[in-house]
Ligand binder design. Sequence first.
Ligand SMILES: C[S@@+](CC[C@H](N)C(=O)[O-])C[C@H]1O[C@@H](n2cnc3c(N)ncnc32)[C@H](O)[C@@H]1O
Length: 273
Amino acid sequence: MVIAQGEVWWADLGEPAGSEPAYRCPGVVVQRDAFDRSRIAYDEALMSWYDAVSEGYDDWAADMTADVPFYVDLAREADGSIVELAVGTGRVAIPVALATGRRVIGVDASPGMLRQARAHAAEAGVDLTLIEGDMRDLALEEPAALIYCPFRALLHLRTWADRRRVFERVAASLRPGGRFAWNAMAFDHRIAVRDDGVHFGEPVPHTVHFVVGDNRIDLVLDGGETTSLWWATKNEWLGLLDVAGLRLEALAGGFEGEPLTDDSLEYVFVARH
Ligand SMILES: C[S@@+](CC[C@H](N)C(=O)[O-])C[C@H]1O[C@@H](n2cnc3c(N)ncnc32)[C@H](O)[C@@H]1O
C-alpha cells in the first residue's frame, strides 16, 4: 500500500494493552517522501520503457560484452549465493550461472525483461531464480557471497535516498566478507555535448537528452516512452559505501582493471562487507 503525500490513513491498532497512561499515547504515521507521486509516476515510466524495449534489448546491449568476464570472475571467487540486481534479460546472469554451475538469483522490476530472462535461461539450460521486485526492497532468505549490478543499472535510481537504501539493503544482505560489485558511467562533458538532442536509429529508435542541472540523461523512444539515468560522481559512490558500512576493495576505470583517469568513461567498483 502507498500512502500519497497529503492523504490521511487511519491505522487500526486494536485494543490498547499495557498500563496507563502510556497506552494513551497517540500514534502518527507520517508519509515522509514528499515526492511520492512522482516516484510512482517515475516507476511506471521506467517499467513501461523496459517492457517496450525488452524484446529488442539484446540488440541494445550487443556492444556491451566486456563486463561479462569481469562479473564471471567475481562469481567464481564467491563462496556462497550469487545475486544480480536488475538482472534484465539475464545477459550477465546466464554466463555467470554457466561458468559457476550455480543458481543465480536475479531481481528485476520489469515483467517484460524477466520474461526474456526466463526464455534465455531455458534455452541455455541454466537455473536462474528470477524475482520480480524492486532492488530498493532487496531481502534475501540467506546472506549472499556476491551481489552485483551491471550495465549502469544503479543509475536508474532517482534520488540519493533511493541509492542509499539499495546500498543499505545490500550491506544487510551480504555475508561477512561478501562482495558488492557494480559499474556506472563516469560523466564526460564532451560526450554530453556530442550526443545531446541526437536521434539514434539503432537498435531501437530513440533520442538522447542531457539535463545537466539534474545530472540526468533522458532516453526517449520514438513512441514517447522515456527512461532516465542519473549519473553520480566518484565521491557520491564512495559516500554510499561509507553510509552503508561497506569497504572499497577496488575502483578501476574499466573491466580489465584499467586505472581510473580523467578520461575514464566507466567506474568499476568492488566493495567488501
Ligand atoms: C540496463 S538494464 C540492465 C540489465 C542487465 N543487468 C544487463 O546487464 O544487461 C537495467 C535494468 O534495471 C531494471 N531496473 C531499473 N530500476 C530497477 C529497480 N528499482 N529495481 C529492480 N530493477 C530495476 C530494469 O527493469 C532493467 O531490466
